[in-house]
Ligand binder design. Structure first.
Ligand code: GDP
Ligand code: MG
Length: 451
């Protein structure tokens, strides 16, 4: 029997193609949980939302479920802006314990849907697929917040049939990329079959089913991974590095193991030597009830995993999104500095050898790009984090071999003066927010050059 006290909240990432409904789904989960009221409030974190088990169970309308599940709830990550899920790593794998892949049932799979699934496959992260926007099916008669099956059974036969057809297209596309999948209620063994749940982020239909399946996956696959030492040294992943008025440079992070306290010595990744500093303040969002307050954040002295928080500390300039952050003591600090440096160096390449130059928005997305390029045996001269600058263009245009006079950017912008410079130079630029598109475009271009 697992000790309930030592199971942390599973971290859930919401992935999928832009506009397929990720934000709407999270808002609905948040909104209806707020409405669920008495069962205990949801907690807003920095970059994440926590839904306690009591709220989920109430939402599913079956309080007896409470006994079946030992996880304390679910922590949904609001993946910031354009950041790929790839940037959210923890030691040796994905930061998220579970994922939801959102696909618009009317549009089917798109490049980022496929990319999300490939990432989940690589990290072996358990996930569910939601076939969203069923309310847009012609003739759909919504039953707000109902379980999918309740709602489905109330639809006219031709509407059911249309949904079934669209649904099997999704199943077919999953099969094409190597996943066995079926409707969630027909699955006996979630180990070998991916559950697909038709939902609407607008009407709330099917959302209780999503929460139930996630809890089931957490229970089945994660119990051992979720055990942690609440009083151990904190371990986190940096989500974002941000300037805040009055606070200077701050970092937003997800603490996924142990404890973090004000005054703790921490080590975090940068492109040079890892940063060593002391936590000045731990900040959480102010509760909605205190919305009138001038201050955006509220200070706390101590937090325990899993939480999303912001910290302020001296010397955070140069901190890198996607890198680890760990609490250190006089005994452990040397080893931690070495480990973090190694982890960043494994990705950040700078050599004299011949190859292409690549840039990505975070250390995690850079790592994913480096891995894919290595698989294709494409040589890399330099791999760095950040937007494409004037200096990058100058450097790359000095390379004489045309096949290496190439700059590949993943999830980055081309800064205005760099754009001008690039137009005047002979370098080849590839910029995209889908990795395999970048690789395909590069390979196509190489083929063209040969002809
Ligand atoms: P994201 O880019 O994946 O976060 O997508 P959003 O949540 O921002 O949704 C994109 C658009 O689709 C918005 O206009 C939403 O209102 C709409 N949308 C999202 N979910 C649904 C749904 O279930 N039904 C309908 N009809 N529209 C939806
Ligand atoms: Mg969104």
């Amino acid at each position: 029997m697992v000790d309930k006290k030592n199971l942390r909240t599973p971290i859930v990432s919401v992935m999928g193609h832009v506009d397929h409904g990720k934000t709407t789904l999270l808002d609905k989960i948040r909104g209806s949980s707020v409405a669920a009221g008495e069962a205990g409030a949801i907690t807003q974190h920095i970059g994440a939302t926590e839904v306690p088990i009591d709220v989920i169970v109430e939402k599913c309308g079956n309080p007896s479920l409470r006994e079946r599940f030992v996880v304390p709830g679910l922590l949904f990550i609001d993946t910031p802006g354009h950041h790929a899920f790839t940037s959210l790593r923890s030691r040796g794998g994905a930061l998220a314990d579970l994922a939801i892949v959102v696909v618009d049932i009317n549009e089917g799979f798109k490049p980022q849907t496929i990319e999300s699934l490939q990432i989940l496959k690589r990290f072996k992260t358990p996930f569910v697929v939601v076939a969203n926007k069923i309310d847009r099916i012609h003739g759909w008669n919504p039953v707000p917040n109902a379980s999918f099956l309740v709602s489905y059974n109330k639809q006219a036969e031709h509407v059911q049939q249309y949904l079934d057809n669209k649904f099997y297209e999704v199943i077919g596309e999953l099969f094409n990329i190597g996943f066995n999948a079926d409707r969630y209620d027909r699955i006996k063994d979630f180990q070998h079959t991916i559950g697909v749940i038709p939902i609407s982020g607008h009407t709330g239909e099917g959302i209780s089913d999503v929460l139930m399946v996630l809890l089931g996956l957490a229970q089945k696959f994660l119990e051992a991974n979720l055990q942690y030492d609440a009083s151990g040294p904190g371990v986190a992943t940096v989500l974002e590095v941000k300037e805040e008025r009055g606070l200077g440079t701050t970092v937003d992070l997800i603490l996924y193991d142990g404890m973090l306290q004000k005054g703790d010595t921490i080590v975090l990744g940068s492109l040079g030597e890892p940063i060593q500093t002391k936590v000045r303040a731990i900040l959480k969002p102010r509760p909605l009830s205190e919305i009138k307050s001038e201050e955006k954040f509220q200070q706390v002295d101590k937090v325990i995993a899993a939480v999303g928080i912001k910290i302020s500390a001296p010397n955070l300039d140069g901190a890198l999104a996607g890198t680890p952050l760990r609490v250190a003591t006089a005994e452990t600090i040397d080893k931690i500095v070495k480990d973090i440096k190694q982890e960043v160096d494994a990705v950040h390449i700078d050599t004299d050898t011949m190859g292409i130059t690549i840039k990505a928005d975070t250390i995690g997305s850079l790592e994913a790009l480096v891995n894919e390029l290595k698989k294709e045996e494409i040589a890399i001269r330099k791999a760095d984090v950040g937007d494409i600058t004037h200096r990058d263009i100058v450097e790359v245009s000095a390379i004489e071999e045309s096949q290496y006079s190439v700059l590949v950017g993943f999830n980055v912008k081309i800064l205005p003066d760099a754009k001008e410079k690039a137009q005047l130079s002979n370098i080849k630029l590839f910029v995209n927010d889908v990795i395999y598109r970048l690789i395909d475009d590069y390979k196509d271009w190489i083929e063209e050059q040969k002809e």
